[in-house]
Design a protein around this ligand. Structure first.
Ligand SMILES: CC(C)(COP(=O)(O)OP(=O)(O)OC[C@H]1O[C@@H](n2cnc3c(N)ncnc32)[C@H](O)[C@@H]1OP(=O)(O)O)[C@@H](O)C(=O)NCCC(=O)NCCS
Length: 174
């Protein structure tokens, strides 16, 4: 008897279940790209600038989400992704160091998956350094599977090289 519930009601129901108390998730807005850049630069060498975020977000098919603590202006986590025809990719995801391990990364990824489900996308790809244990834990939990590897793709400050793993999550089948 529940099959006829309106989509908006159903999505807001799941939003309520997905979002940990005390946090709000919203589409990444053009006025928070400098904050996104700040988060990105704190996590990655060669972090992207606000202008780089803006030019990515201006490209067709690019979308993102930001999480903030209730009552606070600055986001504590952002994700940026791009959908081309029915294939999507995560361009970046980052959670402020102080907020990691509280389910924010999962919340951002769940919102991407929910968006892609509504868009009827077929698959979601991403690239991750093989030594990035927290990110790999998040993606494996979300049923991503390894479909490729770029050997010695990343260069560490000490000259060591690590591989990039290409992960895929098939969508549509649940
Ligand atoms: C990767 C990242 C986004 C994860 O965000 P997060 O908010 O800390 O992740 P969550 O709290 O949602 O955790 C999701 C899952 O990963 C696991 N996890 C998180 N941090 C972990 C760690 N340090 N070690 C092992 N598992 C970890 C959690 O236990 C959880 O699994 P569970 O659902 O089975 O409990 C965050 O660590 C980050 O911003 N890292 C720097 C940027 C980065 O590396 N981005 C990814 C590039 S591919």
């Amino acid at each position: 008897m529940y099959w006829y519930l309106p989509l908006a009601w159903t999505l807001s129901f799941w939003d309520g279940l997905l979002t940990p108390p005390g946090f709000t998730v919203q589409p990444l807005g053009s006025d928070e790209l400098d904050d996104a850049a700040e988060l990105h630069s704190a996590a990655f060498a060669g972090g992207w600038s606000g202008d780089e975020f803006a030019s990515l977000l201006a490209q067709g098919g690019t979308f993102g989400f930001a999480v903030r603590r209730d009552g606070q202006a600055k986001p504590i986590g952002i994700v940026l992704a791009r959908l081309t025809v029915d294939e999507a990719e995560i361009l970046t995801i980052v959670v402020d160091r102080s907020a990691r391990g509280k389910g924010i990364g999962r919340l951002l990824m769940d919102n991407v998956l929910q968006y892609l489900h509504a868009e009827r996308a077929a698959s979601l790809f991403l690239e991750v350094e093989e030594t990035n244990a927290p990110a790999l834990a998040l993606y494996r939990r979300l049923r991503f599977e390894e479909v490729g590897r770029r050997p010695a793709y990343y260069a560490g400050r000490d000259g060591t090289r690590t591989s990039a793993l290409i992960l895929k999550r098939t969508l549509g089948a649940g």
